[in-house]
Structures are given as structure tokens and as C-alpha cells.
Design a protein around this ligand. Structure first.
Ligand code: AMP
Length: 249
């Protein structure tokens, strides 16, 4: 079995995001970038399945600028066998990413595609679902447990009502939740070894995919600043304020 894992380069989750002065987006210059957190879970799961002898190869793919190579390299350092970087300049939308990934799937013929449930920069939660639709493959989203069976996958999903377990036929798309596993850290020897692993570079143009934006971003604004709270002297005062000022009870 071969597993393709999609990894996106995003602003590190610890960075305090700053909006550009002209409201055209967020500041990315000189900002720490990392792998989108649930994509780390996706790689970890694929590597664990390989270590359990149930997969032969794990291939990491990223779509983005030249620097996204670092994200692919990190996936190689935690156990992926080889990488693919599809080079695109500037912002790329989920529909274009899923069209590119479809081309990569047709070329690589994986049995499974693992992705993150959502990218923390655009919060779209669309790419996996769109890829499943384009390929006409089954999808299991928000996976918090994955069991590889003979020709199917048993996937536990975190839904509002609790845990839902579904069985999907392979090939399938799985989008991974943060609770799926604990991603490992890359050891220094593995970081060194990853430098020798191959990363194939392809341009989106070579794949014949139109990556033009379909969405016009009007403006990006900071959320309103939260006002400071107040202290109340008693429960009675709290209830009175909730009733008469906040009018929530
Ligand atoms: P989104 O639909 O943007 O919330 O992204 C969901 C998932 O799709 C991410 O967690 C990644 O696994 C994958 N993905 C989105 N954009 C990219 C990209 N540019 N390169 C590689 N994978 C991506």
C-alpha cells in the first residue's frame, strides 16, 4: 500500500498574527512558518502504518512556493520516503490545490491520501472534500482513529454527538484530526538522513492546472479587541448585572 500525505506550509501556530496596514492580508515576511498542525498528524499516522508493515511507501506532497520544500523536508525527517513539491507562486485556493493533488494522485496511484482536517491559515476545511469529489473516492473526515483492514479502513470521527465509526473502501481520502496521534519530533540523525531523500519538483503549469483565484478577498481586519472584564462583589450583583446590563438571563 502507498500513502500520499498532503502537507501545507503555514504561519506557525504560536505566532501572533499581524494584519497588513493596507488590509490586503496578513504579514508573512520574517514570520516563523511551520507545517499545518493536523498535517503533522497525517504524516505521523502514515509513518505508523508503514512501521506496522501495512504500507510500503509514504510520499509527502506540498503545493506552494519554493520555501514549501522545508515542509516536505520535515515530513521526510519524520519518516516519509520521498517528497513532491508542486511549485506555485502566491496564494493558492483549496479548489486549485485539490485539482493539483488529483493530478498527483493520477500519477502516483496511492491507495490512501491523508490530509489535515483544516489549514490554520485559511480555515477552509475544503481541500480533502473537494479532492474526494474530483476523484470520486470515498472520504473520511476528522479522523481521530484509523484502522487498516483487508480492503477497507475503519475510521473513527469526532462529531458533535460523540464518536462516529465508519468503514470506507480503499482508495480513500482521510482528513486527520489533532487527536489522532502524537506527532514525533525529528531526531538529528533523521534530519540529516532526510537531506538525502529525493524531492521531485513540478510546476503547476506542467500539470496543466489552472490555479487562477476564484475568490476575491475584499479585506482582512483584526478582530475587535476584547474589553477588560470587571470584578463583582457578590453573586447577587453578578445576577443583577447579567439580568439588567447584559440582558442574558
Ligand atoms: P483547507 O481545505 O485549506 O482547510 O486544507 C485542508 C488540508 O488540505 C490541509 O490540512 C492539507 O493537508 C491540505 N492542503 C491544503 N492546502 C495545501 C497545500 N498548499 N499544499 C499541500 N496540502 C494542502
Amino acid at each position: 500500500m502507498k500513502i500520499l500525505v498532503a502537507v501545507k506550509r503555514v504561519i506557525d501556530y504560536n505566532v501572533q498574527i499581524r494584519v497588513k496596514e493596507d488590509n490586503s492580508g496578513v504579514v508573512t515576511d520574517n514570520v516563523k512558518m511551520s507545517t499545518n498542525p493536523p498535517d503533522d498528524n497525517a504524516i505521523e499516522e502514515a509513518v505508523k502504518i508503514k512501521e506496522a508493515g501495512k504500507a510500503k511507501e509514504v510520499v509527502a506532497v506540498s503545493v506552494g512556493e519554493e520555501k514549501a520544500q522545508e515542509t516536505v523536508r520535515k515530513a521526510l525527517a519524520v519518516g516519509a520516503d520521498r517528497g513532491i513539491l508542486v511549485k506555485v507562486d502566491g496564494v493558492i485556493e483549496p479548489l486549485a490545490v485539490s485539482k493539483i493533488l488529483k493530478k498527483i494522485v493520477e500519477k502516483e496511484k496511492p491507495d490512501l491520501v491523508f490530509m489535515g482536517k483544516q489549514a490554520i491559515d485559511d480555515d477552509c476545511n475544503q481541500t480533502g472534500q473537494m479532492l474526494a469529489a474530483l476523484l470520486n473516492w470515498p472520504q473520511a473526515t476528522f479522523a481521530s482513529k484509523i484502522e487498516v483492514k483487508e480492503k477497507t479502513l475503519e475510521v473513527t470521527r469526532e462529531v458533535d454527538e460523540g464518536l462516529e465509526t465508519i468503514e470506507v473502501n480503499v482508495p480513500a481520502i482521510v482528513t486527520c484530526d489533532l487527536r489522532l496521534n502524537e506527532p514525533r519530533y525529528a531526531s538529528l540523525p533523521n534530519i540529516m538522513k532526510a537531506k538525502k531523500k529525493p524531492i521531485e519538483q513540478i510546476s503547476a503549469g506542467d500539470l496543466g492546472v489552472d490555479v487562477k483565484s476564484r475568490i476575491e478577498q475584499i479585506k482582512v481586519e483584526e478582530p475587535p479587541k476584547r474589553k477588560a472584564g470587571i470584578k463583582v462583589a457578590s453573586v447577587e450583583e453578578l445576577v443583577q448585572k447579567l439580568k439588567n446590563e447584559a440582558k442574558v438571563i
